[in-house]
Design a protein around this ligand. Structure first.
Ligand SMILES: Nc1ncnc2c1ncn2[C@@H]1O[C@H](COP(=O)(O)OP(=O)(O)OP(=O)(O)O)[C@@H](O)[C@H]1O
Length: 310
């Protein structure tokens, strides 16, 4: 499985405030893992513990299967962008990277043109930092992370504040780094839509606790159509469905409506089945449930009913 990061019962308390509840998390080699949570959910605190910027209140962190002092050797295989790096406004991209190259002891001078090319800034390398767009600034931040040729990138909200074009550029860059350079990526955002479908895994964090950890495929499945059936006898309908489809997933909503989230392609049969078993079907429709709604329900606790009224 080659875990790059593993945390075991990791917690962080600021005074009496438990900001990260006991967290078991594994980042596997090759993943683009998205950590999604509202502002204040604990994303930065979690990343800062991984980087060593702050120490955990309890629990363990292993990096590349190393713990304690042995971690120092492997830490250079990871690069973190937790806060926007301080770049000099009057320096060009090249000059800014050169400053950090020397400071960080990266010997190969040729890394600078290489990373500028990787992030798509080679044509802009003579422009001063202050004349860069937000997206270009963020890409320069990622270029800085890449200077040391890491195997793993950890990026805290790199898309925050970018326009659609900037978001798209960062998305494409991350996929390229992952696919072409085999860099494992852990990235956070407070908006699922920003990372939608570029990540191979989505971890949702709410009030310092992981509330869902699902693959891209599972997330896609959740966004697929679902059946809403309004019936006169919801308990009989549920019984019929469970007998014929033991693995069926459904919820009973208000007003006698069943929301069926699996077996959606069996819609026709489900309708017939209910009618044949004496259930009065008052309404039957196949509906879509967007990923945004799913995310809102998960992290904000809004019910489907509230969402469908919007
Ligand atoms: N140094 C600190 N001292 C006290 N409380 C802190 C400290 N750092 C963070 N917190 C609190 O911890 C909680 C989680 O903050 P954190 O910055 O990790 O969240 P986040 O998910 O990264 O949010 P954002 O997207 O707004 O950065 C918040 O309630 C925050 O106020």
């Amino acid at each position: 499985m080659n875990p790059i990061i593993e945390t075991h019962q990791l917690t962080k308390k600021f005074k009496e405030h438990l900001v990260i509840k006991p967290t078991n998390f594994t980042l596997k080699k090759g993943e683009i893992c998205a950590l999604i949570g509202k502002n204040g959910a604990g994303k930065s605190t979690f990343f800062k513990m991984l980087s060593g910027q702050i120490s955990p209140s309890s629990g363990d962190i292993s990096l590349f299967e190393k713990t304690g002092n042995e971690q120092e050797k492997v830490k250079k295989r990871m690069s973190f962008m937790i806060e926007t790096p301080a770049f000099s406004p009057d320096f060009t991209a090249h000059q800014n990277l050169e400053y950090y190259r020397i400071q960080r002891g990266v010997i190969e001078k040729e890394r600078i043109p290489q990373v500028l090319q990787l992030v798509g800034l080679e044509k802009e390398k003579k422009k001063k930092f202050k004349d860069y767009s937000m997206g270009m600034k963020q890409r320069l931040g990622i270029a800085l992370c890449l200077l040391s040729s890491p195997d793993c990138l950890i990026l805290d909200e790199p898309i925050n504040g970018l326009d659609a074009k900037g978001i798209n550029e960062i998305r494409r860059l991350l996929v390229k780094l992952n696919e072409e350079k085999q860099i494992t990526i852990l990235i956070s955002s407070h908006i699922l839509m920003e990372l939608q479908l570029i990540a191979s895994r989505y971890v949702f964090i709410k009030d310092g606790e992981i509330v869902e950890d699902i693959s891209k495929e599972e997330l896609e499945e959740k966004s697929q159509k679902q059946i809403l059936v309004k019936v006169q006898e919801p308990s009989i309908a549920a019984q019929v469905l469970e007998t014929v489809y033991p693995t069926i997933q459904y919820k009973v909503l208000t007003e006698n409506t069943l929301m069926i989230q699996s077996h959606v392609n069996q819609g026709g049969h489900i309708n017939t089945l209910l009618i044949e078993n004496g259930v009065h079907v008052l309404e039957f429709r196949i509906d879509t449930f967007s990923l945004e709604d799913y995310f809102l329900e998960l992290v904000e606790g809004e019910s489907y009913d509230e969402l469908s009224k919007k």
